[in-house]
Design a protein around this ligand. Structure first.
Ligand code: SF4
Length: 459
């Protein structure tokens, strides 16, 4: 007699926020898939909808509330999780009918809530989770979360109160996850955390055994440099170097040690360092970690060792008490540091942040005017740096391939090692080969540049 496989309940997912939240969504979906759930691409087909929220800024909270409202209107069976889940009262006051609210990293709670809302009859044949888990990013790049939480208490940030103190993962577990991702097609690993340089501090950098791709069994410390070096040894099944990109790095002294790995081509010559400001007065009021006067000098020495190093950063303008001199200091500092990629934010008081009690709040017009000035300055630096790449041949990774135009010419959207997905620029290619695949890494000659992107052709 044929066995009837029960049709599994379907879960819809709306994932908001930063890459860390995206990794949480992937983990939740992986667990649900292994519990016998299917995924629904739309509201209509879902038995229950999960909304993974972001609560970092008030604007992000509002966006999260809007997303919950949309899911309630379109489906009505909604479970809320993520950073904003820590403010359950705000959510239930506005949407009393949500089925459950759980906070960031409460995987067990959110999965339990889904089981209660839409029980899955697990069949013996239902185990369709790929070895590398489920991913919300394209197959060729993956975020790799190495720790949760943060030991710092920057005055504008509420992440430590949402996510707690630093908890680092074991290095062998991280490397095993990276190996699985690479075996499943990942060509680029994006290392994320709240503070990548602090990785392992909480577990005293305890070493764990790991078998390197060469077969050598050795110890890897829970430390950013060891981890970067080990990740740099990963190769795709075809033997290509895997790109390893470090995000959320603070300029602690040991960051100097990863620069030679970049110069030797072992990891991607790219550092995402959220400096947030440069003026000593403002940094002090922000309570930023690892900010010392010599950072500028170190940035220069990093570039001497690794001339192709790309530095990406974010800055907050209009912080309480920021004077015109402080702001000018910041502009001069950025000019001197020649940062490649810059994102800027106008200071926004986040509910619960210590910075809200500081005196010297600035009017919105001043924040806006400074924001425009920093964006102009950084766009000018970026344009000049990109212009200097015209004529060079660079390795690029293919993100998207277009349809042939009327002349049969196929275009593609790619990124160089200087471009992280979603946040940096692109390399737009013309005349690519018809058998090019997403995730291929090829050489391209840069023909033109604008403020943020490059344009080129495969060679
Ligand atoms: S380092 Fe500062 S800004 Fe970053 S998560 Fe920790 S407290 Fe927040």
């Amino acid at each position: 007699m044929a066995t009837q496989i029960p049709s599994p309940p379907k879960v819809g997912m709306v994932s908001l926020g930063c890459p860390k939240a995206l990794v949480d969504s992937e983990r939740i979906l992986t667990q649900l898939r292994s519990d016998g759930y299917d995924l629904s691409p739309d509201y209509a087909g879902a038995d229950v909808v999960l909304v993974n929220t972001c609560g970092f800024l008030d604007s992000a909270k509002e966006e999260s509330l809007e997303a919950i409202g949309e899911a309630m209107a379109e489906n009505g069976r909604v479970i809320v999780t993520g950073c904003m889940g820590n403010e359950a009262d705000v959510i239930t006051a506005r949407f009393p009918d949500v089925l459950a609210v759980t906070g960031a990293h409460q995987y067990v709670d959110v999965v339990t809530a889904v089981h209660a809302a839409a029980p899955a009859a697990r069949g013996e044949f239902v185990d369709l989770v790929p070895d590398a888990g489920l991913k919300l990013t394209p197959r060729h790049y993956s975020y790799l979360k190495i720790s949760e939480g943060c030991n710092h208490r920057c005055s504008f940030c509420i992440i430590p109160s949402l996510r707690g103190d630093l908890i680092s993962r074991r290095p062998d577990a991280i490397l095993r996850e990276a190996e699985k991702l690479v075996a499943a097609g990942t060509k680029e690993i994006l290392v994320i955390s709240q503070d990548t340089s602090a990785y392992g501090v909480d577990i005293r950098h305890q070493p764990r055994e790991w078998t390197a791709p060469s077969g050598e069994r050795r110890e890897v410390r829970a430390h950013m440099t060891d981890l970067a070096e080990a990740l740099g040894q990963l190769r795709t099944p075809a033997g290509e170097n895997v790109w390893t990109r470090l995000h959320y790095v603070y300029p602690y002294p040991h960051v100097d040690k990863v620069i030679p790995l970049m110069a030797e081509g072992k990891i991607t010559p790219y550092l995402d360092i959220p400096f947030q400001h440069a003026a000593p007065n403002v940094l002090k009021r922000m309570k930023r970690p690892a900010n010392e006067a010599k950072v500028l000098q170190r940035v220069k020495s990093w570039r001497d060792i690794c001339p192709d190093l790309t530095i990406r950063s974010t800055f907050v303008v209009g912080f309480p008490g920021e004077t015109e001199e402080d702001f000018q200091y910041l502009l001069d500092w950025i000019e001197e540091a020649q940062l490649d990629r810059v994102g800027a934010f106008r200071f926004e008081p986040v509910e619960g942040a210590a910075a809200n009690d500081l005196d010297g709040a600035l009017p919105e017009e001043v924040k806006e005017e400074r924001y425009q000035r920093i964006m102009e300055a950084t766009a000018r630096i970026s344009a000049a740096k990109l212009q200097a790449k015209v004529g060079r041949t660079l390795p690029v990774i293919i993100d998207e391939i277009g349809e042939p135009d009327e002349d049969g010419d196929i275009g593609a959207t790619a990124r160089s090692q200087a471009d992280a997905p979603e946040i940096d620029g692109n390399v737009f290619l013309r005349n690519v080969s018809a058998d090019l695949q997403m995730g291929d890494i090829i050489d391209a000659m840069v023909e033109e540049a604008d403020e943020h992107d490059l344009f080129g052709v495969p060679v």
